[in-house]
Design a protein around this ligand. Sequence first.
Ligand SMILES: *[C@@H]1O[C@H](CO)[C@@H](O)[C@H](O)[C@H]1NC(C)=O
Ligand SMILES: *[C@@H]1O[C@H](CO)[C@@H](O)[C@H](O)[C@H]1NC(C)=O
Ligand SMILES: *[C@@H]1O[C@H](CO)[C@@H](O)[C@H](O)[C@H]1NC(C)=O
Length: 407
Amino acid sequence: MTLTGLIILSVLLHVDAYFADNKVIGTLYRWKQIDFEYPTPEERQAALDNGEFIQLNVIPLGVERWQNRVFVSTPRWKKGVPATLSSLPTASQTESLPLKPFPSWTWHNADNCTGFTSVFRMNIDHCGVMWVLDSGQVEAFETPRQLCPPTLFAIDLKTDTVLNRYPIPQEFVLQNSLITNIIVDSRDALCDDVHVYIADAWRFGLIVFRAADAAFWRFNHYSFYPEPLLSNYTLHGLNYQWSDGLFGMSLGKYQNGDRPLYYHSMSSSLEFVVSTSVIRNPSRVSDSVSEFKLLGESRGADGQVSAAAVDRNGIMFFNLISKDSIGCWNTNKPYLRENLYIVARNNATLVFPNDLRIDHEVPQTVWIITNRLPFYQFNLIDPNKYNYRVMFLDPVAAVQHNVCDNY
Ligand SMILES: *[C@@H]1O[C@H](CO)[C@@H](O)[C@H](O)[C@H]1NC(C)=O
Ligand SMILES: *[C@@H]1O[C@H](CO)[C@@H](O)[C@H](O)[C@H]1NC(C)=O
Ligand SMILES: *[C@@H]1O[C@H](CO)[C@@H](O)[C@H](O)[C@H]1NC(C)=O
């Protein structure tokens, strides 16, 4: 069937189309295995020979976009990951371009805590500062070693200089914490009033960082826990158990001096909401249980979501990791099953969509990274197939003629 045929069919029948790359979603980069841009081919070969670079152990995790660059993180989960944060151009003739370590190779010495150890995810504020979450831990999938504290970095993308680094104080990092995700809340024109919300997926906490005075505080809440049955996953025949709590966070529209933070655990089918006015107030830490609220109804079986983000029109996009799909929800409508829609599904290209971000451009683009994470965890990555993709989605085209549309 032709592409046009597919699109027309999906509109007519109102079914979840198995979109190939089409006018809604496309692929910017894809790799069978990740490679890095070394100063010389000899240095690359030496790194391969001495085990500093083990290609099969490199997996891309986080994605972000600023102007003409896309940023990709490669956490040091197994040995042989030579750099942990890289940039790529948004225009390229090559679909498997090697990653360029960012801001330079000198920042990627794992045990130098001034630089990067193991970057998980990034989020860029509208003033062009990239907030980077570094777990400080290497070889989490082998023999974990905590080389540095989990740290938040602020990097100015106009000059590519690291403005500051903020180690998360020990009192907010519990034993076995896994601090996995961040979202920046920047509201004013000059970004003087910036907060970063940080998810602890294994000890079920929400850490808040206030940039103005570099203060941290932490909320715990039962809605940050996983659901037992949703902790049992099956993906393309692979069965595994993950009990990940608080994970995906997205920010709704700023109006009347407040904005909602939507959030969910990874091993869960439920979405929750809290007002940011509550979590931005450190005096509410032990006095806000009833402020964290369930939103509508469950997404049902296989409804696990990793990342989510809300665009300028108030449409949330989210990664359905067990369904090879991207979903949408119009935040102006109740969070009901009938108001959720699958805008893209593909069992070859969208296998484990792990991170999702929406950029600050006009018009906006949704950025998605897919990485087959469970296959990586169990050493089942096939280096002869395309395993990793940076994909982009047009948020306006994606909701035309479906329930996520505003009209
Ligand atoms: C540690 O990393 C920083 C940032 O890249 C660099 O300026 C410094 O020279 C490094 N120190 C050592 C001892 O390698
Ligand atoms: C977990 O999923 C597997 C595969 O679908 C199933 O056989 C098993 O019964 C499930 N376990 C529980 C406790 O539901
Ligand atoms: C992918 O989906 C197609 C179309 O529904 C189906 O024929 C195929 O078996 C699926 N492949 C996998 C690996 O699930």
